[in-house]
Write a protein that binds this ligand. Structure first.
Ligand SMILES: Nc1nc2c(ncn2[C@@H]2O[C@H](COP(=O)(O)OP(=O)(O)OP(=O)(O)O)[C@@H](O)[C@H]2O)c(=O)[nH]1
Ligand SMILES: [Mg+2]
Length: 406
């Protein structure tokens, strides 16, 4: 069986696409009104999702005599259309409607009779579809129910509509390729496999071992300072590396004290910089340290001004990298706006915090795939140093697909 999914403005549009792509024996398995595009659930456009199928051995099969199915309402409509089409002198309006239909399939110059016959055949086929559709509309096939469950689950997880559609299409294509209809377990298993194939290339990007200076940037209160303390504890206690801190967060009262407290606990030296000019001095003071973590002030980083301001502090003559810290409690579109700003400045790595405060994980997928950001760590709690772990594709996909619609 060959199965195909169409997203169209209205059903008739799909019917003609199905007819030309799958042939006149194709069956509509399911239709559903969906909303696509938009921005955080707003301004979304209404579309119709149509799932159609054809028995493989019927694709490109020679035309067979259609069996007439009884349906008085459909008959009445079709009869009316047939009468119009068969009029000896079609009206200008009727011709205008018919022309595009006949222009495609007929090559050369068809006679008037041929043209009329073609239209009649078209209308008969349409009639069959309408009857099949009215029969099948009430009963979803098992396969489409599972796909719909998957779709609903992922949209609750705030995964981008476009990626959901790509995922569904990939599963449908797989079914076609394997000539089988997946049960629920298979649909979710294939979803996991596809997500893994997409995410796997981005895995394994901790903090680069060659970077001596690591800058942490991100919006206010996302957990930059806490995360620095967690990572510094890992490096000093577990790996025995000599860590130093620099903070440029002089905006907020007590910001320096917050990092200084962690510095005292971990026995790590700390330098405060007020501007780019102070950086060489701070670096000189920390010349003996293996690794320097630089804390920055949280700002409204949807504003490019603030991004360029913090970027001027991130210049380093040493091998360095910058980690964008984002909290999972932030709104998906705000996270995307901030990521977009930092990507302009070449930031490639991201760290997500506060996973413990949400059960919606789609934003992580969106940011990785849409901005090609490399995920480093996931932080899930306030406890220093325990509540942080390296990003792992398998664990993440389990979180994303948890609840699998049952
Ligand atoms: N639940 C939870 N809270 C966290 C996590 N990481 C940090 N926090 C808390 O978030 C709050 C802000 O953390 P900070 O580390 O000060 O955040 P920041 O990004 O440095 O904030 P600014 O410097 O003001 O921009 C604190 O109460 C932290 O304990 C996390 O993974 N989960
Ligand atoms: Mg801070």
């Amino acid at each position: 069986m060959r199965v195909k999914r169409y997203i169209v403005n209205a059903l008739p549009e799909a019917v003609s696409m199905i007819r030309s792509e799958l042939g006149k024996d194709a069956v509509i398995l399911n239709t559903k009104e969906i909303k696509v595009g938009g921005f955080m659930g707003m301004f979304r456009k209404k579309k119709v999702e149509v799932i159609a199928a054809i028995e493989s051995n019927q694709v490109n099969a020679p035309p067979v005599q259609q069996q007439r199915v009884q349906s008085p309402e459909v008959d009445a409509v079709v009869e009316q259309i047939l009468q119009t089409a068969q009029r000896k002198t079609p009206s200008a309006a009727a011709t205008a409607v018919m022309e595009p239909i006949i222009a495609q399939p007929v090559s050369g110059s068809p006679t008037k009779m041929e043209r009329e016959q073609f239209i009649i055949d078209e209308i008969r086929d349409l009639r069959e579809y309408m009857i099949k559709l009215s029969k099948q509309q009430s009963s979803n096939s098992a396969m489409s129910v599972h796909l719909i469950q998957l779709q609903e689950h992922l949209s609750e997880q705030e995964m981008d509509v476009l990626w959901i559609e790509r995922l569904l299409q990939a599963i449908i294509d797989k079914q076609v390729e394997e000539r089988s209809e997946y049960n629920k377990e298979q649909v979710w298993e294939h979803a996991g496999e596809q997500l893994e194939a997409w995410l796997r290339p981005y895995e394994g990007s901790g903090i680069s071992s060659s970077a001596r200076v690591v800058h942490f940037v991100g919006p206010t209160g996302v957990g930059k300072t806490t995360t620095i303390a967690k990572l510094a504890a890992e490096q000093t206690i577990k790996k025995g590396r000599k860590v130093g801190f620099i903070t440029s967060d002089t905006y907020r009262i007590a910001a320096v004290d917050q990092l200084r407290t962690y510095a005292n606990i971990l026995n790590v030296p700390i330098e405060v910089v007020f501007s780019q000019m102070d950086l060489p001095r701070a670096m000189k003071q920390l010349a003996e340290r293996d690794l320097i973590y630089m804390d920055t002030a949280g700002r409204n980083f949807r504003s490019e001004l603030h991004v360029s301001e913090v970027n001027s502090l991130l210049q380093s003559s040493e091998p360095s990298e910058t980690i964008l810290v984002l909290s999972m409690t932030g709104k998906t579109r705000d996270m995307a706006a901030v990521a977009e700003q930092f990507c302009k400045y070449g930031v490639q790595k991201v760290l997500f915090t506060k996973l413990d405060e949400t059960s919606v994980y789609g934003a992580i997928f969106n940011l990785i795939m849409n901005f090609e950001l490399l995920p480093t760590y996931l932080a899930s709690g306030q406890t220093v140093p325990d509540d942080i772990e390296k990003f792992q594709v398998d664990t993440y996909i389990q979180k994303l697909l948890r609840g699998n619609g049952s």
